[in-house]
Ligand binder design. Structure first.
Ligand SMILES: CC(C)(COP(=O)(O)OP(=O)(O)OC[C@H]1O[C@@H](n2cnc3c(N)ncnc32)[C@H](O)[C@@H]1OP(=O)(O)O)[C@@H](O)C(=O)NCCC(=O)NCCS
Length: 158
């Protein structure tokens, strides 16, 4: 994993537009870079971008704003590895907690977060727009004490 740069945005956007039902725009990625959020990409040996994640630190917490893995690379453990690295970076910055919102319809993401040790903390009503109007968000969080197993496979069997 390495820091995302402006030069990566085309490749990241290409994945985003393929895998997300409501993709971020180029401007969203540019704003995240300009704002100094933790923007990371996973690069294959041939230099192609396989996945990415964006974490927004705020005080002693951080919000995971986005995570995506290219369609051809999914279900190979990459999403879990990217998430674990983001949690390690948050730990290294002494952050206490990482939280996120996710669509209840996004079973893959919810399973990934649960397997990384996130627990559900609540529901935000009508948080997202969708084809029928709006959709609630499930909120999830992971407490990051130095000894916690968040992102280290505590929720799974690994
Ligand atoms: C969510 C996402 C990042 C997961 O990436 P991935 O590389 O495929 O995930 P992994 O291979 O590391 O899977 C880790 C665990 O997540 C769960 N999971 C991943 N994809 C799943 C799917 N399609 N269905 C059910 N569970 C799934 C499983 O528990 C899996 O563990 P297992 O393979 O041992 O069963 C990927 O599906 C993606 O990019 N989705 C579109 C973008 C998105 O929705 N992002 C989240 C909201 S911003």
């Amino acid at each position: 994993m390495r820091a995302m740069t402006r030069a990566d945005v085309d490749a990241v956007l290409a994945i985003e537009q393929t895998v997300q039902r409501f993709p971020w725009t180029r401007g969203n990625f540019a704003d995240a870079l300009d704002s100094g959020y933790l923007c990371r990409v996973d690069e294959a040996e041939n230099g192609g971008i396989r996945g990415y994640a964006i974490l927004m630190p705020a005080a002693d917490e951080a919000e995971l704003l986005n995570i995506g893995v290219g369609a051809a690379q999914q279900r190979k453990g990459l999403g879990r590895a990217i998430l674990a690295e983001m949690l390690d970076e948050a730990r290294a910055r002494q952050l206490r907690r990482v939280f996120l919102e996710v669509r209840p319809s996004n079973a893959a993401a919810i399973a990934l977060y649960r397997s990384a040790g996130f627990g559900e903390t609540g529901v935000r009503r009508d948080y997202y727009r969708n084809e029928d109007g709006s959709e609630d968000a499930v909120t999830m969080a992971c407490e990051l004490s130095p000894l916690s197993h968040c992102g280290r496979g505590a929720g799974g069997d690994g």
